[in-house]
Each structure stands twice: as structure tokens, then as C-alpha cells.
Design a protein around this ligand. Structure first.
Ligand code: ATP
Ligand code: MG
Ligand code: MG
Length: 551
């Protein structure tokens, strides 16, 4: 198989190693613990951990926890679980930007002493007004020329909790006329009298993302700090801090295009809203594009890694078709998933010529082309269930299922022929009477009248009662919320269909949560990790066999 050409990040790393610009590769994945990871994060994880591994380096997992209001340990734990599940190992212990608060504070003091930072008392509104616009330079703050001593004293008062939230902030003294607005004296510390999930009440001032990120990279010896394109305009500031502080290393920032998927939202804020307003059943609802939701639904780590490999890494923004993700999931599950039968909407079939108390134990392969998966035993007796969709009293030639007077093969079992539909008072079909055609296991009927097709079935005596959940896309529109509309208006009201009373074959008794099966003719399924409890058995449809959305 031809090797995929390198992407630009791989080219940069190879060059830096070849030219001796770095001794080894150190990357990091820096999530903020303010939500669960989504498919977009998977791209960043595969990239950061993937290139580190490819070039013999390491990748750190660093929680970028500088906004205490929205962060929590629940998110930290979920992120660790998701990164491990995706198949990656971080170097050493997990890290927290908050571990570096002492050092970051020291660097802020260093900037003040060098006359490169000042405490500014402008209100947020006034600061905005002083900042200028893309076409107009900003104006200097009246507090810009405070003395080093005054700044040190005020910053110490900020730290000690003696000043009110919003009353002042520490700003880097760079250039209010810089064409890049990020360089117009950015705020580097603000007062927030908020308890932090990791440092408790130790701090009431917190560094800005820009002040924390590059310096944290430097502390960890990160060589290549890879982030998404919206940080491109922040790179000069990243470099300004690295150049103006006594940092132990000189990391460099590189940007790539974030993943956008159609029919999906990949913004933690919007995902949180779906959870908080109960449009879904939690962050790991199987319809969510979160890693935990996709895992619960039955997507495999391999399929997500294959997807991230396939979409590539570039610097141009684009929207990836969610069909590509679904293709990767199907492709992996087809190779991996043991086969089984489950009747989603059962209809009883009585085989009138089959002995009352006879049970045959038929054998079916675990997978059509894998010997390593165990064979299944299918108990076959006088009554079976087939799907209501697989029987009609009359039908045209295109209907290759069971019809009165016609034959069909029960998968891995006999050919049967239907004689009669039994109806209730309302005229609904409640049972089919049919006959087994003798000696048809593995061969066609001796009289030469072939079955029209093959349908799945389950023994009426021995089976597992279960609930099946069928999922559809969570959004009906390609770009939910496009053009300033409310993204919630694009929610697909039929994204979840719950079928109670399904009947699954007995081999599924040992099914483990999240482990994939192909229910023949129905799709790929897995046991739901949350709803399957207290004797309840609930299967999620991971994905249908074919793309039902194809035009
Ligand atoms: P969101 O916009 O969903 O809140 P974020 O960028 O604020 O995401 P972080 O927790 O800061 O979330 O992200 C951690 C890392 O994942 C960052 O380096 C970020 O660039 C990357 N990342 C986030 N979303 C995507 C995406 N859609 N595609 C690629 N990388 C992403
Ligand atoms: Mg972020
Ligand atoms: Mg964010």
C-alpha cells in the first residue's frame, strides 16, 4: 500500500530534526476542562499524539485550566478517559496550567520590573474604547506610565484580594498602534474571586490564555505547539512573551485548520447547551458528536483514528461530510463485528409441520470471513419470530421476503413456505402459519422451487428480550445555526426511535457494552452501557448497513 504523503506539520518536524533545530519532538494536547471532548478534539489528539509517536517524541496531556468558573474535575476525568480510549498515552503525569501559577505570577512580576507590564484601571468598556479598530490605532491607557514600584504594589494588592473584580487588570506594555490588535497592550492577569477546581482558594487573580499558554509550553519543553487557525493572530503575542521572559525553552506555535463536520455542531458551548436544556440525555448521549457519545453508540477508536487520518491536516478551512465519518465506522465494523440476528419488530411464525417438542441446534459462523470469531448456536423449533416487514400476504416480484404461497430462507436454517396469515379482530396480522421444506439446510429444495430471498429470524422459545434504540442524525440541516439562526431549530425531532419488545438470538447473552455486532440485515449494534441494567437489555444501533442518506 502506498504511503500517504506527509502533511505540512510532519514536514516541519522532519526538517527541524534533520537540521538539529530540536533534539526531539515534544507536543501537547491542551484541552480546557470545561466540557467533554468532541470529534474536533479527536483530530487534534490524533495529530499531536500521532506526530510525537511517529518522530520518536512524546506528547503531554495538559489541562489548560485558567478559567475556574467553567472548569471541573468531572471534565478532567472524562478527558483522560477519552484520550486513553482513543489509544494514546501521554508522557508522564497529566499536567495542569494551574500547576504553573506560581511561575507565571513570577514572570508577570518580571515583566513589571522590566517596565513591560502595568496595572490598568480602565473599565472593560473604557478599555474596549481605547483598543481602536482594525483600521484605527488604539489610544494609550492613562495608567500606562505608572512607575514600576506602583505597579508592583498594585499587582500585589490584586493578588492579595484587596481589589475588586473588574476594578483593574495587569496588561503587557507592547504597542497600542500595532496593526495586530492582540498586541495592543493585552490583559495578562485579571481578578476573579472564584474558587479553582485544582488550586482551591489560593488565587484570586488568573492569567489570560495568551499569557499562560506559551509559557506553559516552555516549562514543559514543548517544541511544537500545534493549535487551530484562530490562534494565528495570537502567534506574535506568543512570540513576544517567549522573547521577553526568562523562559527555559523556546517553543514555537503552528496552526492547522479545525475540523468542521456537516450536520454536526463542534463547539463545546453548543454541546453544553444541548445537555443543559435536555435536548439530549447527557454529554455521552449516543447522538452527541462527543468522543464519549460516539463510544457509547459503538463507534470504535480505530474508526475515529482512520477518519482523522483520512481528512488530513492542512491550513485551509473546509467542511467535511459526516458521511466520511460514517464510512470509516462501517468499514471498521464490517471487519470487526461478529454477526448475530435480532428481530426488531417481531411477528410469530408457526411451522405447522415441525414436531412440537423438537429443538435443533443449528450452527452459524461468527463472521463470514473470520475463523477466529466463535460460531454461534441457533436453537430452531416450531415457532420463530421474523420481522413484520418481512411478511406480506401478497406482493410483487420485487419483494424478496415471505409471501403466502411463496418460499423464503430463514438465514442459516431452513427454507419455509407461508400458508396463512392469522388476524385479530382489528384485522392485524398476529401470526403466520408456514411449513418447513425438508432437507433444505445449506441446500435448495429438492423440488427445484427456490426461495425468493433470505430473512433473519429468532427462536420464539429461546431468545433475549431487548429494547433497540435507532438513532438518526441529531440535526436536519447541513449547517445548524448558519446565518445567525438558532442551531436548536435544526434539531431532528426523529433522531431517536425506541423499539421495545425486540428479540435477539441467545449468543448475544454475553455481549459486552460498546462491543460491536452486526445484526444481520439491520446494521451494527452494541449494548448500551447505561441503560442495560437491572435485567434490561438495550442495544444501540451504531449505524445502518448502508448509507440511507445517499442521494
Ligand atoms: P470549543 O471551541 O469546542 O470550545 P476549544 O478549542 O475551546 O473548543 P479546547 O479544550 O481549548 O477547546 O481544545 C483543546 C484543543 O483541541 C485545542 O488545541 C484546540 O485547538 C483543539 N480543537 C478544538 N476544537 C477543534 C476542532 N474542531 N478541530 C481541531 N482541533 C480542535
Ligand atoms: Mg480553548
Ligand atoms: Mg472553547
Amino acid at each position: 500500500k502506498a504511503e500517504k504523503p506527509s502533511h505540512f506539520i510532519q514536514n516541519i518536524l522532519r526538517k527541524d530534526l534533520d537540521e538539529g533545530n530540536v533534539q526531539g519532538v515534544v507536543t501537547r494536547f491542551p484541552p480546557e476542562p470545561n466540557g467533554y471532548l468532541h470529534i474536533g478534539h479527536a483530530k487534534s489528539i490524533c495529530l499531536n499524539f500521532g506526530v510525537a509517536k511517529q518522530f520518536g517524541g512524546v506528547c503531554n496531556l495538559r489541562f489548560d485550566d485558567t478559567n475556574p468558573e467553567k472548569e471541573s474535575d468531572e471534565y478532567v476525568e472524562s478527558i483522560k478517559r477519552d484520550v486513553s480510549w482513543l489509544g494514546f498515552e501521554w508522557d508522564g503525569d497529566i499536567r495542569f496550567t494551574s500547576d504553573y501559577f506560581d511561575q507565571l505570577h513570577g514572570w508577570a512580576v518580571e515583566l513589571i520590573k522590566a517596565g513591560k507590564a502595568y496595572v490598568c484601571d480602565l473599565s472593560p468598556d473604557q478599555a474596549r474604547e481605547h483598543r481602536g479598530t482594525l483600521t484605527e490605532p488604539g489610544k494609550n491607557s492613562p495608567y500606562r506610565d505608572r512607575s514600576v514600584e506602583e505597579n508592583l504594589a498594585l499587582f500585589e494588592q490584586m493578588r492579595a484580594g484587596e481589589l475588586e473584580e473588574g476594578s483593574c487588570s495587569l496588561r503587557a506594555k507592547i504597542d497600542m498602534a500595532a496593526p495586530n490588535i492582540n498586541l495592543r497592550d493585552p490583559v495578562i492577569y485579571r481578578i476573579k474571586k472564584v474558587r479553582h477546581h485544582h488550586t482551591g482558594d489560593k488565587w484570586c487573580i488568573y492569567p489570560s490564555y495568551d499569557f499562560a499558554h506559551g509559557q506553559s509550553d516552555a516549562i514543559e519543553g514543548v517544541t511544537h505547539s500545534i493549535c487551530t487557525l484562530e490562534f494565528e493572530d495570537h502567534r506574535p503575542l506568543y512570540e513576544w512573551f517567549i522573547a521577553n521572559l526568562s523562559v527555559p525553552a523556546k517553543p514555537k506555535q503552528y496552526e492547522f485548520a479545525r475540523l468542521n463536520l456537516n450536520y454536526t455542531v463542534t463547539s463545546k458551548r453548543k454541546l453544553r447547551q444541548l445537555v443543559d436544556e435536555h435536548h439530549v440525555d447527557g454529554w455521552d448521549d449516543p447522538r452527541m458528536p462527543t468522543i464519549s457519545g460516539m463510544r457509547r453508540r459503538g463507534y470504535t477508536a480505530q474508526s475515529l483514528r482512520n477518519f482523522c487520518e483520512r481528512i488530513g491536516v492542512t491550513r485551509s478551512d473546509s467542511v467535511v461530510d459526516v458521511g466520511m465519518l460514517e464510512y470509516c465506522v462501517r468499514d471498521d465494523l464490517d471487519k470487526r463485528a461478529p454477526r448475530a440476528m435480532c428481530v426488531l419488530r417481531p411477528l410469530k411464525v408457526t411451522l405447522t409441520n415441525y414436531p412440537d417438542d423438537k429443538v435443533e441446534r443449528l450452527i452459524a459462523p461468527g463472521h463470514p470471513n473470520r475463523d477466529d470469531l466463535a460460531e454461534r448456536e441457533l436453537p430452531f423449533a416450531k415457532t420463530v419470530f421474523i420481522d413484520v416487514e418481512d411478511f406480506r400476504e401478497e406482493a410483487n416480484k420485487k419483494y424478496k421476503r415471505l409471501v403466502i404461497g411463496k418460499r423464503v430462507r430463514l438465514r442459516n436454517a431452513y427454507v419455509i413456505e407461508a400458508d396463512e396469515a392469522v388476524k385479530n379482530e382489528a384485522g392485524e396480522i398476529v401470526e403466520v402459519k408456514a411449513r418447513v421444506i425438508a432437507n433444505t439446510i445449506g441446500t435448495d429444495p429438492e423440488d427445484g422451487v427456490k426461495p425468493k430471498g433470505v430473512i433473519h429470524w429468532v427462536s420464539a422459545e429461546e431468545h433475549i428480550d431487548c429494547e433497540v434504540r435507532l438513532y438518526d442524525r441529531l440535526f436536519n440541516e447541513e449547517s445548524p445555526g448558519a446565518g445567525g439562526t438558532d442551531f436548536l431549530a435544526a434539531i431532528n425531532p426523529e433522531s431517536l426511535q425506541v423499539l421495545k419488545g425486540a428479540k435477539a438470538e441467545v449468543s448475544l447473552r454475553d455481549a459486552a457494552p460498546e462491543s460491536a455486532y452486526q445484526f444481520e440485515r439491520e446494521g451494527y449494534f452494541c449494548l448500551d452501557a447505561h441503560y442495560s441494567k437491572d435485567g434490561a437489555v438495550v442495544f444501540n444501533r451504531t449505524i445502518s448497513l448502508r448509507d440511507s442518506w445517499a442521494k
